[in-house]
Design a protein. Structure first.
Ligand SMILES: *[C@@H]1O[C@H](CO)[C@@H](O)[C@H](O)[C@H]1NC(C)=O
Ligand SMILES: *[C@@H]1O[C@H](CO)[C@@H](O)[C@H](O)[C@H]1NC(C)=O
Ligand SMILES: *[C@@H]1O[C@H](CO)[C@@H](O)[C@H](O)[C@H]1NC(C)=O
Ligand SMILES: *[C@@H]1O[C@H](CO)[C@@H](O)[C@H](O)[C@H]1NC(C)=O
Ligand SMILES: *[C@@H]1O[C@H](CO)[C@@H](O)[C@H](O)[C@H]1NC(C)=O
Length: 473
């Protein structure tokens, strides 16, 4: 039996009662005439729904599943014989770990350190500290993707006047939009490409928004017309676009200009899969769940730097320009603080030293949210502290962001220090070691390595491939 086939899920009753309250709140809004009365009624009775915090651990294994309650004490050795008598659950203080044993199968056991099970912070939001939502399912499904996923790329003639904006990508990936070129280069060399459209799961639209932007024949003003002409051309010359209305098609764009590029072809906006760096719910062109967030990653070669969490002397760090109300607020509250270092304008010390020497690195919504700061923080092993409401984090379908970052509401900027001080050093240790675990998923390579950024994007596409069923007619 595989040792790794156990998973622990954590449930909190409180979340259920919260959604109950939200439901009642909606009802309240609808019944305008009695709204005041009902509001009062709800606020006075909703306490009935709040039960004392009760935790359950669901232990899943190939032998079946069991739930364990009440919460596991950390101060004594207690054996839990769970509902399924084949499991023994044991909490051992000395080793700070929790051990699951299976009766009758000597040596089959699974250990978790208690820190990874305990809810972090006061609101209990950080309970599941596995970096994957479900590692086993991901690994299995990834293998399936690797074996069978097929992409058809629309070709173009060598003498096409816009060949420069189509494939192949000739230059070495660099700068802010490197993610786009890395992906394209890796895709074209990969085993996912098929020349036979009949076996394709998805169709790739290979135009480069970033190149079009700098092409004097197109420019910022001409991109929308170019895209319209491009889609018109493929819909005339191939049957695949019309067949699905574009739903099994995708493109990739890291430049923020891409957010309005599809305005003249609604089918791209509403049907195709857009893999973009500007994945904010506030952008009219971005549709959560259908589209996917592409991490903006500055290309860095060589070894990933390491600094132990105990050597990270600064609490929190931010550098950037004041180009949004959120950043303005951050500046207002924290500009003279000795622990939360916010720098606006030029930094006096090297950026990399700050990222390496800080415990938390802030990613704050600016004019755009698609900054490379999250990628920078992860590269330097700094726990991302994200202040950008309604922003789709990269690979959020796969990675459990709460296990390696903090997501703080914009309104909580004044509480930042309180929130950070509320995180114990053990809890920080878990977050930090998880950042190191996810680093490889945020790294590009010219020849992709398993589970690196290229494969993660491929997996995000794979998850979206079946959202449409194409009828042949
Ligand atoms: C498994 O171990 C528990 C605790 O030692 C014991 O109560 C239970 O009877 C055992 N079950 C089996 C099937 O041996
Ligand atoms: C994915 O496929 C490539 C090419 O066939 C192979 O080299 C690699 O080992 C595969 N990875 C996994 C995890 O299956
Ligand atoms: C569309 O096709 C026409 C005619 O072949 C060509 O001139 C034009 O450049 C194409 N446009 C795009 C955006 O591919
Ligand atoms: C796709 O639909 C468009 C608009 O209805 C039509 O002009 C075009 O001929 C169709 N393409 C194909 C290949 O049938
Ligand atoms: C920070 O310091 C500057 C200059 O010393 C001062 O003008 C400002 O009021 C201070 N801001 C806060 C929030 O304490």
């Amino acid at each position: 039996m595989a040792r790794s086939s156990f998973l622990v899920y954590y449930f909190s009753r409180r979340r259920f009662s919260e959604s109950f309250r939200r439901f009642f709140f909606m009802v309240t809004c609808l019944s305008l005439t009695t709204s005041l009365f009902i509001l009062f009624y709800i606020s006075s009775t909703s306490k009935l729904f709040i039960q004392p915090e009760q935790t359950h651990f669901l232990v899943k294994s190939s032998l079946g599943s069991s739930s364990i309650s009440p919460p596991i004490p950390t101060h004594q050795i207690i054996k839990y014989s769970v509902q399924n008598p084949r499991f023994t659950f044991e909490s051992v203080e000395a080793s700070k770990s929790l051990i699951l044993r299976v009766n009758g199968s000597e040596g089959v056991e699974k250990r978790w350190s208690l820190g990874t099970l305990k809810p972090i912070g006061s609101n209990g939001n950080y309970a599941n500290n596995e970096v994957f939502h479900d590692r086993d399912i991901f690994i299995e499904d990834y293998g399936e993707m690797n074996r069978s996923f097929k992409i058809y790329v629309y070709p173009h003639k060598k003498d096409d006047p816009f060949a420069n904006a189509l494939l192949p990508v000739k230059f070495k990936p660099g700068g802010n939009y490197a993610s786009e070129s890395y992906f394209k280069k890796a895709l074209m060399k990969s085993h996912f490409i098929t020349k036979d459209p009949a076996e394709a799961d998805l169709f790739f639209l290979p135009f480069s928004i970033a190149t079009l932007r700098y092409d004097p024949r197109v420019g910022v003003g001409g991109i929308q017309d170019f895209i319209r002409a491009y889609i018109y051309n493929i819909s005339q010359n191939y049957p695949y676009w019309n067949r699905s209305g574009g739903a099994d098609h995708f493109y990739i764009a890291c430049h923020s200009i891409g957010r309005s590029a599809m305005e003249k072809v609604e089918k791209v906006k509403f049907n195709a899969i857009q893999v973009v760096c500007s994945s904010s719910y506030f952008l009219s062109g971005y549709v959560a769940h259908k589209d996917a967030s592409l991490p903006q990653i500055w290309p860095r070669q060589g070894y990933q730097p390491y600094l132990a969490s105990s050597k990270r002397k600064k609490l929190a760090f931010f550098a950037g320009s004041v180009n949004s109300p959120v950043r303005k607020k951050l500046l207002e509250v924290w500009r003279n603080d000795s622990e939360i270092a916010v720098h606006f304008g030029r930094l006096k010390t090297p950026y990399s030293d700050e990222l390496l020497g800080s415990k938390f690195c802030l990613h704050v919504k600016g004019f755009e949210v698609n900054t490379a700061r999250i990628g920078d923080a992860i590269y330097y092993g700094c726990v991302p502290l994200i202040i950008a409401n309604h922003y789709d984090l990269p690979f959020a379908d796969i990675l459990n962001w709460k296990s390696f970052s903090l997501v703080v509401d914009t309104f909580d900027i004044p509480l930042l220090k309180k929130i950070l001080h509320g995180i114990s050093s053990e809890e920080y240790e878990v977050l930090h070691s998880n950042v190191l675990k996810v680093r490889k998923h945020f790294q590009w390579h010219l020849s992709p390595l398993d589970y690196d950024a290229f494969y993660m994007v491929m997996y995000e596409l794979w998850l979206r491939r079946n959202s449409v069923r194409v009828e042949s007619f």
